[in-house]
Design a protein around this ligand. Structure first.
Ligand code: KIV
Ligand code: ZN
Length: 506
């Protein structure tokens, strides 16, 4: 059995995808769970890219034990120095340096010759080695590069000290048979390849990321870069749960294994959804709602007679459990805390107290509190560092014969000032958001609004996720989320949550 290193990039490539940006606390929550899942490497971020990313990598390096903690850097001195600093507290650290290798990138993006790229690589990898023993080198856009140049570049990177060489299909362009030829070429022509681990990083633009990754294993790759729920740039990255379960289910054919604790897969996928507010499609392999549901009579009949007739893996193997634990208004802080850690949250005392307070308010309004409610509640409550604004009250008037209007009272926490303002709009939510805009003097452009019920019951909570651009056309897009038994209240709070994130980022 070949051991496959699972390199998780949910917090770096995944987090770069629109709508998935996470703050420092949220990244830490997920990193704790990735350690429980037993991935081998956590790519925690791109430290030079922002202060927030630096802090996230640094915090994860300090607090998350078990996996190697990795930070990304371009082949530039300031990037590598920043990654080295951010990763310093980690027990096991890796710097991941990358440079483009395709002619199209060299000519139009980098404006560098092949010779210059080789020189940058030699220098950059050596510098990275002075901060970490474990250095990974990626040749960006490898699958559209001249193989001969790729061989030279990888040889030089290994010579300079790279212990892992990564072959990214950056634009999700390659096809399994073609990728196999590229990997065979690397194995045969990179003279020192045996001194390194060959890794692949496949994007899913043609829906082939997992197929390409599996093909790569058959052609000698021993590290797979992947992300929970397959998130990542554009159409995403290789889905961790799919590739890991394919390796486990078809070990007879692939003759390889991973160290991932697959019974933690479902929890990790749901935790990512709870944190980002973005779920997976129902038919998503492994973690979709329907992945283990048999609807047709013939299938149900077969599964009842012998499970293996229509099921290739068990729901239990990814940690799906049948019994639903329900909390209610008599549940105590201890039971609440235990349930939250069962869902993968690791909160500090303050966060737990705040979340418990919110749980008690919810339990007064809702008889039974399910895991999905807790996920929505706590996922939205992992606090932005210090809220700038708080919604104190709201009223909305709407009807088929009236112009919708809303009045809100908002507190500017820093100044200690409460402001009440009214707004009108095309609909109740538009009026509400206009009123908040007036009260806070922060004009936002609503780009996306999603409201969904957390559970199918009648008194379900409503979870609202918004994307808002503040600060004009060039301003940043931020995500806001809130959950409540009242959709209008959740809508108002989700908008305020987005505003608080904007202020925090600013
Ligand atoms: O897709 C890509 O090429 C990357 C590299 C930084 C590895 O994400
Ligand atoms: Zn990528």
């Amino acid at each position: 059995m070949a051991k496959i290193v699972i390199f998780d990039t949910t917090l770096r490539d995944g987090e770069q995808a629109p709508g998935y940006s996470m703050n420092v606390d949220e990244k830490l929550q997920l990193a704790y769970q990735l350690a429980v899942l037993k991935v081998d490497v956590i790519e925690a971020g791109f430290p030079i890219s922002s202060e927030g990313d630096f802090k996230a990598v640094n915090n994860i390096a300090k607090k998350v034990k078990g996996p190697v903690i990795c930070g990304l850097a371009r082949m530039l001195e300031p990037d590598i120095v920043s990654a080295g600093k951010a990763l310093k507290p980690a027990g096991k650290r890796r710097i991941h340096v990358f440079v483009s290798s395709s002619d199209i990138h060299l000519k139009y993006q980098m404006k560098k010759s092949r010779r210059q790229v080789i020189e940058m690589t030699k220098k950059g990898v050596k510098l990275a080695c002075s901060f970490a023993k474990d250095v990974e080198f990626s040749a960006m856009d490898a699958t559209r590069s001249d193989p001969a140049f790729l061989h030279d570049l990888f040889s030089e990177a290994i010579e300079a000290g790279a212990g892992t060489i990564n072959v990214p299909d950056t634009v999700g362009y390659t096809i399994p048979e073609e990728f196999a030829v590229l990997l065979d070429g690397i194995m045969a022509n990179v003279h020192n390849v045996k001194r390194s681990v060959v890794s692949v990083h496949c994007h899913n633009d043609l829906g082939l990321a997992v197929s390409n990754a599996i093909t790569a294993i058959q052609h000698g790759a021993r590290q797979i870069e992947c992300a929970i729920n397959g998130i990542g740039e554009r159409a995403g990255n290789t889905s961790l749960e799919e590739v890991v379960m394919a390796i486990k289910t078809r070990k007879d054919f692939l003759k390889s294994s991973t160290g991932v604790k697959t019974a933690e897969i479902s929890k990790t996928s749901k935790l990512l959804t709870a944190i980002t507010g973005i779920g997976v499609q129902p038919n998503k392999a492994i973690v979709g709602e329907n992945a283990f549901a048999h609807e047709s009579g013939i299938h149900q009949d077969g599964v009842l007679k012998k499970r293996e007739t229509f099921e290739i893996m068990t729901a239990r193997s990814i940690g799906l459990k049948k019994n639903r634990i329900v909390l209610g208004k008599h549940s105590g802080r201890h039971a609440f805390g235990v349930r939250l850690s069962g869902l993968g949250f690791k909160l500090n005392k303050d966060q737990l107290n705040k979340a418990f307070e919110r749980f008690k308010q919810l339990a007064d309004r809702k008889k039974e509190v399910f895991d999905e409610d807790l996920g929505a509640l706590v996922g939205t409550e992992i606090p932005v560092r210090s809220d700038a604004y708080k919604l104190l009250s709201f009223t909305v008037v709407t009807g088929s014969d009236e112009e919708p209007s809303a009045t809100v009272k908002v507190k500017d926490i820093g100044k200690g000032v409460e402001t009440k303002r009214t707004g009108s709009g095309d609909g109740a939510i538009d009026a509400l958001y206009n009123a908040i805009g007036r009260a806070t003097k922060e004009k936002g452009m609503l780009l996306n609004y999603i409201a969904k019920a957390t559970t199918p019951d009648k008194d379900a909570m409503s979870e609202v996720t918004v994307q808002v651009r503040f600060g004009g056309r060039q301003g940043p897009t931020v995500r806001g989320r809130a959950a409540s038994t009242d959709t209008v209240e959740a809508s108002a709070k989700a908008y305020i949550n987005a505003l608080n994130r904007y202020v925090e980022e600013k």
